[in-house]
Design a protein. Sequence first.
Length: 671
Amino acid sequence: MMRNVRSTAIQRSILVMVAVALAATAAYSVSQQGSKQSSDTIAREYRASGPTLSLRLSQPESGVITGATVQRNPSTGRIARVRGETPVPGARTPREAADRYLRTYARVLGIAPNLRDVQAFFHNTSLTGDHLRYQQVVNGLPVIGATISVHVNKRLAVVRVNNGTVSIKAKAPAARFDNRNGAIGAALAALNVPGAPMAAPTASPAIYNDSSRPVPVWLVHIETREPAGSWEILVRESDLKVLRIVNRARFVDGDGMVFVPNPVTTSGQANLTDDNDADSPALNNERVAVKLKDLDGSGFLQGPFCSTAPTDMQPRANEPSLTYNYLRSDDRFEEVMCYYHIDTSQRYIQSLGFTNVNNRVQGMNANGSTADNAWYSPGTGNILTGSGGVDDAEDAHVILHEYGHSIQDNQVPGWGAAHEGGSMGEGFGDYWGVTSFTGIGPNSPAWDVYVATWDAVSYNPGDPAYLRRLDSPKHYPEDMTGEVHADGEIWSACLWQIRDIVGATRADTMILESHFYLSPDAGFVDGATAILDANEALYSGADQDAILQVFVDRGILVDQRITKLSAAYLPCSAGQSVMLSAVLTRVYNGSPVEGKDITFSVAGTVIGIATTDANGLAEQAYTIPLATPPGDIPYEAVFDGDADANASSANAALYVIKLSSIAGSVTDSGA
Ligand SMILES: [Zn+2]
């Protein structure tokens, strides 16, 4: 039998602190529309000084504690884990064994030998031993997330210690803790959720460890229904600044049936028809069973990254069993599609390493319009899918196209103020709608380039029908039409080619990373250079030439390394000393290239090497042999090229005439 001992109210409140520490592994910051700025600040502060998301430990060491090995937290050097049997002579109870052990090893564990900075608060007994948990305190206040547990076996030997105490290197500032209501008000303002709390918020004094400095804080607890949350909010006592927001609500998985991505792609059948949303075995058989992750347990489709709460034109899916197996004729099927594909896409983004790319609850209004159109609203941050033609949300290409707009607006508020930015928005949306769905269905890879293969059957012919494609031959700027979706095909084609070169994972990562560097008025050139810079920073510029060539071939960028060398025809006479010259410039803007070595040859023989000056000019002296008859002597200037400038060469001639007949010069050049 298990036995729990937790008697006093103080002990219960300390338990909440532990729960906060545990929940920190699933922490995410709030990013409601309208509070972006403050949330961002909070999130940054959280990353800078909050608990680590996963504790990495050093290799086990022995010889520190008798009979045991220890592992350290590499970032602090403190012992975090002790494992092995260490007897505690003379102990008569588990509590006595744990206390004596802590006193004996206090210094190596980094706590006070008289145990004044830890308080036992929780003790339970299992089949094989006793488990005693201590809360670290400063001035009698709990240090948030800082506990140490001592595990004692039936022989009253300590077999394991988990040490989460922290080094506190300063005195805690004096704190009166006399403005509880102010703290709750600040927490509510920072949380900024639409509905009222489900119960009166509470606040209790605590200490926040900010890089070994103790900061007195209020720990505020707020329960909300929409969005579902059990929020722990840290508010600094001195100025009521919100330091951290954590949702410690537990989420559960559900089950559902969806298309991945749509029935045309998975079946390879281009002749499937909508038939006014009617059921058919051909369509329903294309559904697959999926897990719907981290639902909040309310029965509605809502979790950490998606909620169908904005759905207002039909009764929302509400399944207390958390099983959502609908036929495609059921309008709630589209809600399941929305939840599954948005949630999966956000998890994919996070798997690439991004913690702040649209990391929020994406609101989805499924079948919110009878039009055959879907859109993302920068005003609400929500996506609406229409029910005209094929229901938009029956095609994951369409859902994720709209999510692409939401991603960009989240990365760069106001994305797409200029026409080319709007076109990049459509192009990225098409790319994002498809990049996770290649290699699916019997007609892959041939059909991988088509966007919205199911949605398009109601308005386009074709085998298969499609809305747009990712392999357009359109060239910039002459194929621009002024319509963002059409012009977006120029951009999506570039992204698709890059994906071919570097693979989906690298392409998706560098494209998302590049968005951060753009402004609302960005154009294709900005987008292209941002991708090149992202590839340089993330992957040391691997495949950089090939990626650059994509944009050069598309007409968006010029290769600034291409050079042109010009040399002059030179009239001269036998026996004369002349100066051979060549000028090196960059083709894209005609600017001179300085400091490059130019090799001069006359009639095939190298006569010298000269370096270009600030005007790109290289000069080499040469004396015409006395016996030279009138006529041309060919000479050549060659630049071998380097990392910064491509090779080029020029051919010209010394035009040997009688001295008296020199009248002028003729120039020519070659690249
Ligand atoms: Zn769009």
